[in-house]
Ligand binder design. Structure first.
Ligand SMILES: Nc1nc2c(ncn2[C@@H]2O[C@H](COP(=O)(O)OP(=O)(O)OP(=O)(O)O)[C@@H](O)[C@H]2O)c(=O)[nH]1
Ligand SMILES: [Mg+2]
Length: 481
């Protein structure tokens, strides 16, 4: 792709319509357009020449195309860079959408010196010129291919830069911490007071928490109008399988009073509010989530046996690919550090279901969530009485459709790629925090992990430009966008 070329493509959808739009962009756009266009009625350019015309002007006239004796009526919209979509000079020809004429116009403009645009090249130029970032460029592709109004609204959120702004905020804070760490490294032989390791670790852990919370608030673009992967997560024996059966109104999963009853993942389709969820029941998480990048958090013991280890790996995998998680908390049980670790693992939006409310009031579980600053919607339920089951269904639908999982702040829309980057950055921060807490000579290692987190977050907006990622993203575009 040579970005110095002036490119041309049909940028209106193929098929029937009243008008077709043929778009030119690049340094010679105005000159090429002027060569083929005869203005009939040009208010803002008395000479009739586009060369002298001001930006944001509209001109009615006709195209006389090289290699054709036909004259095609056209309206020209002229937008000079940098205030255009690509930040280059852009000229749009609006012509009748006659199937025989439109290709003729494109061929004529190529004859006059333009090159056919590659798929996504207009948006790619907008990206290269800094007009949009990568997340917004992806949104353009999503807007174009949106099949429902809900998807369109979701893509609009991405296009508006909601995600990019939140990521930029985190990146700024991370840079500050990195600067502190690097200052210690660079000036360690001089007489300045280094930042205490505790403070560094604390700041890293706050950013990591906010990053995890961002992941939880985020709404997946792919789930708008599509199938939602929903996973029941919780400590063993809290009543996940009972809730699974109640939600499905069927006796599908084995329920027993001993912890560790569920081993394999069990899936079933759950229909609610016009959405189709794939609901998964998995093993309760008791041991250390050591399969995760970042290793075993302190205070979590390894799995008791081989089967339990496999069951846990399956559960973690299911939670990892969930679009939405039901966090099951037992109203009748005490709360331990394990539940906190569990919450930290979940990077998807979450709804909390407090189970067994026929045995105990939901207050303790509520207080525990509030103390941990876990801002999710909380539904008290009982699989025995059926209390809260309808409310839970409604909350699941809201979490997807309205995005109101966290009532305080509706999260940004993300794609699967963005989610993966958020998770990877969180894992790097978890490692950085652990190393930082050790203090001593670990500064260099902390800096390495912080840089990794920064770079990963940079891939969301495209600052850390990786050719493969760019190629893959723009390959999904169609010509003309
Ligand atoms: N009273 C009461 N008991 C419940 C409720 N939900 C589950 N139980 C009981 O709690 C025990 C565990 O229920 P399960 O549904 O098997 O729990 P689980 O979370 O799937 O357990 P694991 O698969 O071992 O992780 C069983 O004895 C259930 O009968 C409830 O709402 N009220
Ligand atoms: Mg179970």
């Amino acid at each position: 792709m040579n970005l110095a070329d002036t490119i041309v493509a049909v940028s209106s959808p193929a098929g029937a319509g009243e008008r077709a739009i043929v778009r030119l962009s690049g340094p010679r756009a105005v000159a090429i357009a002027d060569g083929v266009f005869m203005a009939r009625d040009s208010i803002l350019s008395p000479t009739g020449s586009l060369i002298q015309a001001l930006t944001y002007t509209v001109h009615a006239g006709a195209l006389s195309l090289p290699g054709s004796s036909m004259s095609v009526p056209a309206i020209v919209y002229l937008m000079r860079g940098p205030r255009s979509y690509t930040r280059e000079d852009v000229v749009e020809f609006h012509v009748g959408a006659w199937p025989a004429v439109v290709p003729l116009v494109v061929a004529g403009l190529i004859e006059a010196g333009a090159r056919p645009a590659e798929p996504g090249e207009f948006t790619f130029r907008a990206f290269v010129s800094g007009r949009v970032d990568l997340a917004q460029a992806e949104a353009v592709a999503a807007v174009v291919s949106a099949s429902s109004e809900a998807t369109l609204r979701a893509a609009g959120d991405l296009l508006a830069g909601h995600l990019s702004r939140e990521v930029a905020g985190l990146v700024g804070r991370l840079r500050q911490v990195l600067a502190l760490v690097e200052a210690d490294l660079d000036f360690s032989d001089q007489d300045i007071e280094p930042a205490p390791p505790r403070e560094i670790a604390e700041r890293i852990s706050t950013i990591r928490r906010d990053l995890a919370a961002l992941g939880r608030r985020a709404r997946r673009l792919e789930t708008f109008g599509g199938e939602v992967r929903l996973v029941l997560a919780g400590r063993p024996n809290v009543g996940k399988s009972s809730l699974f059966n109640r939600l499905l109104e069927a006796d599908r999963a084995i329920v027993a009073p001993v912890p560790g009853t569920t081993r394999d993942e069990l899936r079933a389709a759950l229909h609610a509010g016009g959405l189709v969820f794939t609901l998964s029941d998995v093993a309760g998480l008791s041991g250390a989530p050591s399969e995760l990048p970042g290793g075993t958090p302190p205070g979590m013991e390894p799995a008791a046996d081989e089967v339990a280890g496999q069951a846990r790996a399956k559960a973690l995998e299911a939670i990892g690919r969930a679009d939405l998680v039901i966090l099951a908390l037992d109203a009748s049980a005490p709360y331990d550090a394990g539940a906190e670790e569990l919450v930290a693992l979940v990077a998807s939006p979450m709804v909390a279901a407090i189970t067994k409310c026929d045995l105990a009031p939901p207050d303790r579980a509520r207080a525990w969530l509030a103390a941990g600053g876990i801002g999710v919607e909380v539904i008290p339920t009982s699989a025995v009485t059926g209390e809260g089951i309808e409310a839970l269904r409604a909350a699941l639908v809201r979490a997807v459709a309205g995005g109101a999982v966290d009532r305080e702040a509706v999260g940004p829309v993300v794609t699967a790629r963005h989610r993966a980057a958020l998770e990877q950055a969180a894992a790097a921060l978890a490692r950085a925090g652990r190393v930082a807490r050790r203090g001593g000579t670990a500064g260099e290692l902390v800096a390495v992990e912080l840089r990794e987190a920064l770079e990963t977050l940079g891939t969301i907006t495209g600052q850390a430009g990786d050719g493969d990622v760019l190629g893959e993203i723009f390959a999904r575009f169609c010509v003309g966008k």
